[in-house]
Design a protein around this ligand. Structure first.
Ligand code: NAD
Length: 509
């Protein structure tokens, strides 16, 4: 990695403290940062470099996945951190920042590169990009890159306008749009599994796959973000970005050793093949939900409308489930079911692939129904499980599930932000959202936003601590399908069974 100045807007914010500094620290421990790598943190308040370094130290002590033990290595890490006052709207602050960056680059020598990381509210994205250009900060002698957090727009039009503004200061190749689900190690494995494993490669199509189920469930409610969340909802907050990215990553078919451009081209093809919904069809393919009071992990919790800061009668969606169809030769007639929600029974993100059962007579799920499943556990646990239907030797005529199971320990696995920051520093855009993907995602979602705005889709309720409204189950039942693994045990991975075939060492992966 070449000498780089990492210019961090929003250096005192929550994301910087919880994710960005711990990620940089772990990259440092793994010798993945150049010795002349340096950070200039920006914020409105006057803060001395030493006080800023102390804040970074607290953040890595609190949030690093690896325990902070060696004081000498922490000191060496913190030496790279400087702080500069900057108010996003003050043009003279950018000029002072430029001087500071140039001083730093002189010290580092080599061909200086600049990475601008926008960890600030989306209302500042355009102003910052404009001022980087106007002030001369954008005239790096080496490369320059812009890393930008979500949300990228509020709907199709605002996303297009934002992109237009950013493109006046940065080219598409210089923009790295973070979708942190793409940084999760299991998501980064998806294409490798199906490309390099002949069994999975052969099965990855509509001949063998019955349906795909993608779930991202949270147990938390709106917490302190009521003002923000009530204008956004599950559709914008999770579905348009993270969930559709998971769908793309699962459905792409890549030639071996694909370049980042090919990955992005194939993802775009998936989005283009997604059958679009008319506003009138939304009610038949999408379930909108909002939580009411309930119990989570034994504790009573209030309903959405009683949360502080939520206006009476809000129709905001805290849950969404949808059925999507990809109209291409590989996936035609394989429903992709996606659901995401707050205040659900368990915290988990997983993809379940249900295989077709060639000899099965009826399409409805029965009492003795054991599906053949491939399960990708994405978070909080990382793992892969193959569930096979097997004869139950103790009960004649019955079947039971046999599991082949891998799980990794969270301490061994790099955090999403480590992977993403590392890739951005190395100029690898494979796991960042290209503008084409973002625009096509908004285009797909826009009729749903319109239908929600006009209230032409019913708002169903679900008790906190459940798996969403009953209508979400009915969405699958219409085609003889069923959400699998909705059990308490699933929160801890698939339960151990007597005849599990578990490989001893997860590092075999
Ligand atoms: P935050 O409110 O905690 O921090 C915002 C930062 O912006 C602070 O450092 C603040 O000082 C700075 N700031 C505000 N106004 C400014 C101004 N006028 N001039 C200069 N600096 C100013 O927000 P956050 O949670 O850290 O989120 C930052 C970005 O990351 C947002 O776009 C958010 O949507 C996104 N994001 C956050 C999370 C998370 O877990 N926190 C997750 C995903 C995405």
């Amino acid at each position: 990695m070449e000498a780089t100045t990492f210019v961090l807007f929003g250096a005192t914010g929550d994301l910087a403290r919880r994710k960005i500094y711990p990620a940089l620290y772990n990259l440092f421990l793994d010798h993945k940062l150049n010795h002349s790598f340096s950070v200039i943190g920006l914020g409105r308040r006057e803060v001395a470099d030493e006080a800023f370094q102390a804040m970074v130290e607290r953040s890595i002590r609190d949030f690093s996945r690896r325990e902070v033990k060696d004081s000498a290595s922490v000191r060496s890490f913190l030496k790279s951190f400087r702080y500069n006052v900057l108010d996003v709207g003050h043009t003279e602050d950018y000029k002072k920042l430029l001087q500071r960056v140039e001083q730093q680059e002189k010290r580092a020598g080599g061909s200086p590169n600049r990475m601008f990381y926008l960890s600030v509210g989306p209302e500042f994205f355009e102003t910052i990009a404009f001022n980087i250009k106007q002030s001369g900060l954008g005239n790096a002698k080496g490369w320059k890159r812009l890393v930008i957090e979500k949300p990228f727009g509020h709907d199709l039009l605002s996303a297009q306008e934002l992109n237009q503004k950013l493109s006046e200061a940065f080219t598409e190749e210089e923009i790295y749009r973070i979708d942190h689900y793409l940084g999760k190690p299991m998501v980064q494995e998806l294409d490798v599994f199906q490309q390099s494993n002949p069994v999975l490669h052969a099965l990855w199509n509509n001949r063998y796959i019955s349906n795909v189920q993608i779930t991202a469930a949270e147990t938390v409610g709106v917490e302190e973000r009521a003002g923000y969340y009530d204008h956004v909802g599950a559709l914008r907050d999770m579905f348009q970005n993270h969930m559709l990215q998971l769908l793309m990553m699962l459905a792409i078919r890549l030639p071996k050793d694909s370049s980042p451009d090919e990955v992005r081209f194939k993802k775009k093809e998936v989005m283009e093949a997604l059958e679009s919904l008319d506003e009138g069809d939304v009610q038949f393919n999408v379930v909108r939900g909002q939580y009411t009071a309930g119990t989570i992990q034994g504790k009573p919790v209030q309903g959405y409308l009683s949360e502080p800061g939520i206006p009476a009668g809000s129709t905001n969606d805290t849950f969404i489930a949808a059925r999507l169809q990809i109209d291409d030769p590989f996936w035609k007639d394989v429903p992709f079911y996606i659901r995401t929600g707050k205040r659900m029974k368990e915290k988990s993100t997983r993809i379940v692939i249900e295989f077709k059962e060639p000899l099965k007579q009826s399409s409805s799920a029965g009492e003795n129904d054991i599906p053949n499943l491939l399960v990708f556990e994405i978070s909080p646990n990382e793992g892969l499980t193959l569930q096979l239907k097997a004869r139950d030797p103790q009960h004649k005529g019955k079947f039971k599930a046999m599991h082949i199971d891998f799980h990794t320990s969270s301490i061994e696995v790099p955090e999403a932000y480590e992977n993403l920051i590392h890739d951005a520093l190395h100029g690898d855009p494979s796991f960042f959202a290209h503008w084409n993907e973002v625009e096509l995602s908004w285009k797909w979602v826009q009729p749903i936003l319109n239908a929600f705005d006009k209230n032409t889709v019913p708002l169903h309720t679900y008790a906190a601590g459940s798996f969403g409204p009953a209508e979400s189950d009915q969405l699958l039942a219409k085609k003889g399908h069923h959400w699998w693994l909705d059990t308490a045990e699933a929160a801890n991975g698939v339960e151990e069974e007597e005849n599990d075939v578990s490989l001893p060492d997860a590092s075999n992966f």
